[in-house]
Ligand binder design. Structure first.
Ligand code: NAD
Length: 250
């Protein structure tokens, strides 16, 4: 049964070549050892996001926020791409997948080799100065004294979008543009409850795209929006799809 779904999905992807995009969420990085937010054992069970990741608490107590953030950032920055990320990179190399819209802040799609990644929530591998806006790589700054400071003495903040901060407008505009122009969208490892990211599959569908969802659990999209629901983990399912796509095009 799953074999037939994989074959159907691979055919859809091949027929949409050069017009395929992916929307990814925390689930695609779960097999890289990064816990998701909403699953059991996820980050929200351990930390109150309003305390460590709300922009007003960060501004009020940057040192306290940084102590908690370091516990999150260091393992996040050490994680490596898994077969799910690598499969999406292979689809780009094959000239099939053009763009990834991701809610993740871990930089693993870029590390896997994808070159056009729209980051809705920024990227934890960088920090930004709250005073002058200068960006640094996380591993280039000193964290011996917290909070870390910019050369202008401003406070540095991870360049991820905190609660209470807007989605960067360039990311939002491009995400709507690529969603509106695609013929197939792979929706991988997102619970599809965080807006506006969750509205991208709906928007793509209204413009005629096929929606292919890969997730071990159903989501609000599954019955309403998704044309295909492939039940399983990204690291297991994406390589099977890539293999089938290769069979079709070779
Ligand atoms: P979420 O935590 O709300 O949902 C995770 C989804 O992934 C669930 O639907 C779950 O069933 C699915 N999933 C779990 N394991 C999977 C696997 N192996 N393969 C495929 N799917 C799997 O995540 P979300 O929808 O991305 O929204 C949460 C927010 O959390 C995002 O805004 C994101 O910025 C942030 N976040 C990012 C990271 C990261 O950068 N890796 C990690 C945690 C949270």
């Amino acid at each position: 049964m799953i074999d037939n779904t994989i074959k159907d999905v691979a055919r859809e992807i091949v027929s949409a070549t050069t017009k395929v995009v992916a929307l990814t969420g925390a689930g695609i990085s779960a097999e890289s050892g990064i816990p998701t937010f909403r699953d059991k054992g996820g980050l929200w069970e351990k930390y109150d996001p309003m305390e460590f990741a709300h922009i007003s608490s960060f501004k009020a107590h940057p040192e306290k926020s940084w102590k908690m953030l370091l516990e999150l950032i260091e393992p996040l920055n050490k994680a490596k791409p898994n077969p799910g990320h690598l499969g999406l990179a292979e689809l780009e190399k094959m000239g099939i997948l053009t763009t990834i819209i991701t809610q993740n802040i871990d930089g693993l799609h870029q590390e896997a080799g994808n070159t056009d990644v729209i980051e809705f929530h920024g990227n934890n591998r960088y920090v930004v100065c709250l005073s002058c806006g200068k960006r640094y790589k996380f591993n280039e700054i000193s964290i011996e004294t917290l909070p870390p400071k910019c050369e202008c003495s401003g406070i540095l903040k991870p360049d991820a979008v905190f609660f209470g901060e807007p989605i960067p407008s360039h990311a939002l505009n491009r995400a709507y543009e690529v969603s509106g122009n695609c013929k197939a969208m792979l929706v991988v490892g997102t619970s599809a409850v965080v807006y506006p990211a969750a509205s991208m599959p709906e928007f793509a569908k209204t413009k005629g795209a096929i929606i292919i969802e890969i997730n071990p659990e159903k989501t609000p999209l599954t019955l309403k929006i998704s044309d295909y629901f492939v039940k399983g983990s990204a690291g297991e399912i994406i390589p099977l799809i890539v293999k089938e796509v290769k069979n079709l095009i070779n």
